[in-house]
Design a protein around this ligand. Structure first.
Ligand SMILES: [Zn+2]
Ligand SMILES: [Zn+2]
Length: 329
């Protein structure tokens, strides 16, 4: 007699990121596992409740500490390194608790609750111009730069007011170093940029493409480390984000807003990260990575360096993101 409780053996297998060598198991047979811990994706997660609404909801709540990133509280932060105008929309200063010698905070806007996807496209362009300013300064000092955004406690943010961070150093170990070295190998054997090649294949294949604009393409990498990870590439080959033109900036702002909104729609404004990888020298192709915090690390990730992508296949994730974006005006 057949045992109805017997589980089917999954057909999962490893997929490897060609550049970093990262191994991923696409394991969507696990997507329907019961979750009794409520550890991810919960609507009532404290980390996504704005301070202002906590206070509104409870008359006895203690008076919240003033936000150092709000306008008028500039004296609570280190000195301004960049602001777009006297009555600033975007402001940059040194991180009070730096990870590295050069570690800055980019406040996205004076608004305590509005993030990139909630602002106007013009306002997002102002944030991108601030990134470019900092990148130019550090590149002139022959330093490499990583620009990144952590939103929410699970993504590593400690303050609610939307902001990005900039770190600069003579070089970075880890993924960027790995990408540079693999890209050089790839170039030497194919006489072609790795990312240009990957992008071409994705555009032809279409299945993993989330969005294509005049200057950019966004897709879910085949070896995504988490379901719904996205990669944004400029169509024009260039190692550096530094010389992005004004028309490209407007296009980029629009694309950023759309893909971040898509995460909000699918996951109820999730904690998330994005990061800009940019280099001064060939062979490299600058790009942006995105991840929504819809899962937590387990022992395979932390103990074995194997990523488990178990919410959706890359193709399904891309289709869902694409469908949501199609509903935006
Ligand atoms: Zn604030
Ligand atoms: Zn390229």
């Amino acid at each position: 007699m057949k045992d109805s409780a017997q589980t089917a053996k999954p057909q999962n297998h490893f997929i490897f990121d060609p550049l970093t060598g990262d191994a991923t198991i696409i394991a969507v047979n696990r997507a329907k596992r019961p979750d009794q811990t409520g550890s991810v994706g919960r609507k009532d997660s404290v980390s996504r409740t704005p301070v202002s609404s906590i206070v509104k909801d409870s008359a006895e709540a203690p008076k919240p500490k003033p936000c150092p990133f709000c306008k008028g509280n500039e004296s609570m932060t280190p000195a301004t390194l960049y602001q777009d105008e006297d009555d600033w929309n975007v402001r940059v200063f040194e991180n009070k608790f730096p990870l590295l010698e050069n570690h800055e905070v980019v406040v996205h806007s004076p608004d305590h609750d509005k993030d990139i996807e909630d602002l106007s496209t013009d306002e997002v362009v102002k944030i991108l111009r601030a990134y470019l300013n900092r990148l130019g300064i550090y590149n002139a000092e022959e330093k490499e730069v990583i620009i990144f955004n952590n939103r929410g406690g699970k993504a590593g943010a400690s303050l609610m007011h939307p902001h990005s961070q900039v770190v600069a150093s003579k070089g970075f170990p880890g993924t960027i170093e790995q990408e540079k070295s693999s890209a050089l190998h790839y170039y030497n054997s194919h006489v072609m940029c790795y990312w240009c090649h990957e992008m071409e294949k994705e555009i032809v294949n279409k299945q993993r493409v989330v969005l294509e604009s005049k200057h950019f393409v966004v897709y879910v990498p085949e070896a995504c480390r988490w379901s719904y990870e996205m990669r944004l590439l400029p169509k024009k080959h260039t190692p550096t984000f530094a010389y992005t033109t004004e028309p490209e900036l407007y296009d980029l702002a629009d694309v950023l807003q759309k893909v971040l909104k898509a995460y909000n729609h699918l996951f109820d404004r999730p904690d998330r990260n994005f990061w800009i990888h940019t280099e001064r020298y060939e062979p490299y192709h600058w790009h942006i990575g995105f991840i929504p915090h819809i899962k937590v690390f387990g022992a395979l990730e932390l103990g074995a360096g194997i990523w488990v992508s178990d919410k959706a296949t890359s193709e399904d994730a891309a289709a869902q993101l694409r469908d949501v974006i199609a509903t935006f005006k």
